[in-house]
Design a protein around this ligand. Structure first.
Ligand SMILES: O=C(CO)COP(=O)(O)O
Length: 252
């Protein structure tokens, strides 16, 4: 049985206009297989408008991979929440490990962005995850807990109701080395416990996604774990058939 109801595609710095059209068509043609599963596509900024024009049915929403913490003004190269909203964006990925590493995004910056996003009524998908050395040193939970504490700092219960948490172990991203369902569930259960302790009923309902080499052939076993409520999909979200197979696994 699947406990998943949300599947998010993170195209990262991939894709083109043809892929937005192809993905929309494949999703439309297969939608009956995963009715009720919320599907979100996060293409690069430049394809958001194109993607918005090709979304053919209700259960698919548009997401962005990043946003500025500022509302507007002299911030060359940045994109605001209002700009995303104008395109119909409903979800924003925040604190992905690639941005934490390459753009040096801190937990404090992630918290500022999460405040802006949730205040505007969009859903913030907060990514957390340990690297290989941290796991091997048995520090997985302390790393995740610190990321949660700092990246969600200052959010009200109302804002927390617009948060999704994505657990993405860095050693499993793009490597083909997936966390086993039991390994992922172990961390998800701790995240759930932490959320309930800190945000009570709201925390009990926060969707928890697993990300890191989720493929058509391992999605079903991951989604059958009690605290895995869906997936954040990288590589396998660039192919319509593969992505639909993962959405089908979420439907169960
Ligand atoms: O980083 C990820 C999604 O945000 C996971 O990427 P892969 O599915 O390619 O491992």
């Amino acid at each position: 049985m699947s406990n998943a109801s949300l599947v998010i595609a993170n195209w990262k710095m991939n894709g083109n206009r043809a892929l937005t059209r192809n993905m929309s068509e494949v999703l439309r043609d297969n939608q009956a297989d995963f009715k009720g599963v919320n599907v979100v596509i996060c293409p690069p900024y430049t394809l958001l408008s194109e993607m918005a024009g090709h979304i053919y049915y209700d259960d698919v929403a548009l997401g962005a991979q990043n946003v500025s913490e500022y509302e507007s003004g002299a911030h060359t190269g940045e994109v605001s929440v209002a700009m995303l909203q104008e395109l119909g964006v409903e979800y924003v990925l925040l604190g992905h490990s690639e941005r934490r590493a390459e753009q040096h995004e801190s937990d404090q910056l992630v918290a500022a962005k999460a405040a802006t996003v949730t205040q505007a009524g969009l859903t913030a998908v907060i990514c957390v995850g340990e690297d290989k050395a941290q796991r091997e040193a048995d520090n997985t939970w302390s790393v995740i807990q610190a990321q949660l504490e700092k990246s969600l700092a200052g959010l009200s219960a109302k804002q927390m109701a617009r948060v999704v948490v994505a657990y993405e172990p860095i050693w499993a991203i793009g490597t083909g080395e997936t966390a086993s369902p039991a390994q992922a569930q172990e961390v998800h259960a701790k995240i759930r416990g932490w959320l309930v302790e800190n945000y009570q009923q709201v925390g009990a309902k926060t969707p928890l996604l697993y990300g890191g080499s989720v493929k058509a052939n391992n999605a079903e076993s991951l989604f059958s774990e009690a605290d895995i409520n869906g997936g954040l999909i990288g590589g396998a979200s660039l192919n319509g058939e593969d992505f639909c197979a993962i959405c089908r696994a979420a439907k169960g």
